[in-house]
Ligand binder design. Structure first.
Ligand code: GDP
Ligand code: GDP
Length: 437
């Protein structure tokens, strides 16, 4: 997958931000995945358009209930400037330029990021002729849109793509391991980052690379480079909107997308919450390596069963990531935090692991002996051979005689056999069946 472009739609209420967002998401891009809890009240979507990954944020969907009108608009503009590569400033042809439009444009002047001016509700030729008034906003050529009729959106997206040159893919031979700490507010993410960086063998890099990466922190342990994604957001707190749940979820999703390894951080005192599952589900669907980190382990009254019980509870709630290792740590007392970098490296190695076809087929031969392929109405499933087609996550193709005979349970069995034969701890495995006649 090539590097994603993120666009944010800003504009005053009722200009049609959600309508345009839904048009882009519904008509234009094919959504990569749908996760329960993330799709509900959608303000953020990730999909593909013309072979490139596109993230779209509807800043209008972020509700800051207590804030007054001006503060809301201000926060939306700020989020767009923080998060997007390209900002789409949306206006309404029927209202012309309003005072609020002018104010938003003034806010957006603070950013060096490109801003595209789009004029919505240009439903007919007469209205489209009126968009030229909008040159006055000083944002260059206005683009006519009609969210109602789905017109003009392709032109805007094309312009977006021209503005952001294609960057090389995230390669699996990149030495740096990128990871993020994901979790609800106050679970101890910043404390953990500080504890990791405070370790004796850690050398923190002085300068961040590009502006885009400036929010990340780089460090080296025993010559192995690491990058913590989105650390600025973790370490410098204080923005009001960071407390809203939708924003927090969006932020977590974006950090996961940019990471190779996701550390799902849980507060031992509070246990597992619904939002933890949503986010872990997203990391799983995105095919990331995953570690479950239970923090504040010091704060619990424990006996010799506590850890076992806790682990059982986690396995019950996170069945879909049964491959993820669990670590019980304390950022406060530093207990076991020093184990994290090595564990991150191990799951990263596993995530990038490539197994030779010859070895893989020995595993297949053994597997078929243990558990013969199922038959259905006299027809027998044949698995001819297995081959690994990609990494990050490891993806295998099973060449078989008939897709109808391959069941999820047998695919799962094959995956498990592969897991038993090789170290794939911490990484999802994808198993695809393909017919070979
Ligand atoms: P938001 O507050 O900026 O997210 O605006 P919405 O997307 O909720 O749209 C506000 C209203 O404008 C809704 O009633 C939409 O149906 C309407 N609307 C959106 N796009 C168009 C359009 O292109 N033409 C017309 N005529 N109405 C539109
Ligand atoms: P974040 O919002 O996830 O980044 O959480 P913080 O790192 O800001 O921590 C939230 C609160 O939990 C702070 O008061 C920390 O001092 C406290 N805290 C963090 N880690 C631990 C821990 O391991 N044990 C205890 N007892 N408190 C912790």
């Amino acid at each position: 997958m090539s590097q994603a472009i993120t666009i944010a739609i800003v504009g005053r209420p009722n200009v049609g931000k959600s309508t345009i967002f839904n048009r882009i998401v519904g008509d234009r891009i094919s959504i990569v995945e749908d996760i329960p809890g993330v799709t509900r009240d959608r303000i953020y979507a990730r999909g593909e358009w013309l072979g490139r990954t596109l993230n779209v944020i509807d800043t209008g969907g972020l509700e800051f209930n207590q804030a007054d009108f001006m503060t809301q608009i201000h926060m939306q503009a700020e989020i767009a400037m923080d998060e997007a590569d390209v900002i789409i400033m949306l206006t309404d042809v029927r209202d012309g330029i309003t005072k609020t439009d002018e104010m938003i444009v003034k806010m957006l002047r603070k950013t060096k990021k490109p801003v595209i001016l789009a004029v919505n509700k240009a439903d007919n030729p007469e209205q489209r002729a009126e968009i030229y008034d909008f040159y006055r906003l000083g944002l260059g050529d206005p683009y006519p849109l009609s969210g109602a009729h789905g017109l003009g959106i392709g032109d805007v997206l094309e312009h977006v793509f021209q503005l952001v040159p294609r960057e090389p893919d995230m390669a699996d031979d990149d030495e740096t391991i990128t990871f993020s700490l994901i979790g609800r507010p106050n679970v101890g993410k910043s404390s953990l980052v500080n504890t990791i960086l405070g370790e004796e063998r850690v050398i923190v890099s002085q300068v961040a690379g590009t502006t885009r990466d400036a929010i990340d922190t780089e460090f080296v342990i025993d010559e192995q480079p690491f990058r913590i994604i989105d650390t600025a957001g973790i370490r410098k707190k204080g923005k009001v909107y960071e407390k809203t749940e939708k924003y927090a979820v969006m932020r977590a999703m974006r950090a996961i997308e940019r990471s190779q390894v996701a550390l799902i951080v849980i507060n031992a005192e509070e246990g597992i919450q619904e939002q933890d599952k949503t986010i872990a589900g997203y990391a799983h669907e995105e095919g990331k390596a995953i570690i479950i980190v239970v923090n504040k382990w010091d704060a619990l009254k424990k006996d010799n069963q506590t850890m076992k019980e806790f682990e059982k509870d986690i396995r019950y709630h996170f069945q879909f990531i049964d491959y993820a290792p669990i670590v019980f740590v304390s950022a406060k007392t530093k207990q076991r935090v020093h184990q994290l970098p090595d564990l991150i490296q191990r799951v990263s190695d596993n995530h990038k692991r490539r197994v030779q076809s010859s070895v893989l087929n020995e595993v297949l031969n053994q597997a078929v002996l243990i558990n013969p392929a199922p038959s259905d109405k006299g027809r027998k499933l044949r698995v001819y051979y297995l081959t690994q087609v990609s990494t990050m996550p490891p993806t295998f193709v099973a060449f078989i005689n008939d897709k109808e005979l391959m069941h999820f349970s047998y695919e799962r069995f094959l995956s498990n056999q592969i897991r038993e034969a090789f170290d794939f701890v911490g990484t999802p495995i994808h198993m695809i069946s393909r017919e070979r006649k």
